[in-house]
Ligand binder design. Structure first.
Ligand code: SF4
Length: 193
C-alpha cells in the first residue's frame, strides 16, 4: 500500500475549530476540482509506502495528523486510516466533500466547493463546515448541508495578504446570520505554514 505524497510538514493548525493545535500535515497529491481561488500546489507527489510515511512522521512526537491536499479522499481508505490509528495517531481530514470520508477519521473539516446538495448524501455529519468566501458570495443554505456544530466562513486572502473587503463582508453576513462564525487563516497572518 502506498500514497502519492506532495509534502509532509509539522506546524500548528491555522484555521477552524482546531486552530492553534500542533499537527502533522500530510498533503496528498491530486485533486478532482480546479477552484479558481486555490492557493495550494498539490499536483506533484512522490510515492511513499505507509511504513515510509509512518517512519517520517514518528520523529515529530505529535499524535495528530491532518490529511489534506489536493483532495485526500482520492487516496485514503478505511484500511490506511486504521493503520495510522493502530500506531496511536488521531486523524483530521480536510475534504471538499465530493467523496466518502473513510471510517476512523477523528475530525472532519468539509469545505464544499460545488454540488452542495450531494455532499450530505456522502458525508451526513462533519465536525465543521468551512466555506471560503469572497465579497458578494451567497451564504450557503444550511438545510442542504451535512449536520455540524461549526458553520465557518473563511474570507479568501490574496496569498498571505488579508483582503479586508472579504473580511468585512463575512463579518456582516455573520452578524445577520449568527449560526455562522468567522474562521481566519491565522497561519498566514503569523507567518507559519
Ligand atoms: S478542492 Fe481545494 S485543493 Fe482542490 S482545487 Fe479546490 S481549493 Fe484547491
Amino acid at each position: 500500500m502506498s500514497l502519492n505524497v506532495n509534502e509532509i510538514f509539522y506546524s500548528l493548525q491555522g484555521e477552524g475549530g482546531r486552530t492553534g493545535q500542533a499537527s502533522i500535515f500530510i498533503r496528498l497529491a491530486k485533486c478532482n476540482l480546479a477552484c479558481s481561488f486555490c492557493d495550494t500546489d498539490f499536483e506533484h507527489g512522490v510515492k511513499m509506502t505507509i511504513d515510509e510515511v509512518l517512519n517520517d512522521i514518528d520523529k515529530f512526537g505529535c499524535k495528530w495528523i491532518i490529511w489534506t491536499g489536493g483532495e485526500p479522499t482520492l487516496q485514503l481508505n478505511d484500511k490506511i486510516v486504521a493503520l495510522f490509528k493502530e500506531r496511536g495517531y488521531k486523524q483530521a481530514i480536510e475534504t471538499n466533500g465530493t467523496k466518502r470520508v473513510p471510517n476512523g477519521i477523528d475530525y472532519i473539516t468539509c469545505s464544499p466547493k460545488q454540488n452542495f446538495e450531494k455532499v450530505k448524501e456522502l458525508i451526513p455529519e462533519v465536525d465543521e463546515l468551512r466555506f471560503p468566501i469572497m465579497k458578494g458570495d451567497p451564504l450557503p443554505d444550511i438545510s442542504i448541508l451535512p449536520k455540524t456544530e461549526r458553520y465557518l466562513l473563511s474570507p479568501i486572502f490574496d496569498d498571505s495578504v488579508i483582503i479586508q473587503e472579504n473580511v468585512d463582508y463575512c463579518i456582516s453576513l455573520i452578524k445577520e446570520n449568527p449560526t455562522w462564525a468567522l474562521s481566519l487563516q491565522t497561519h498566514k497572518l503569523i507567518g507559519i505554514r
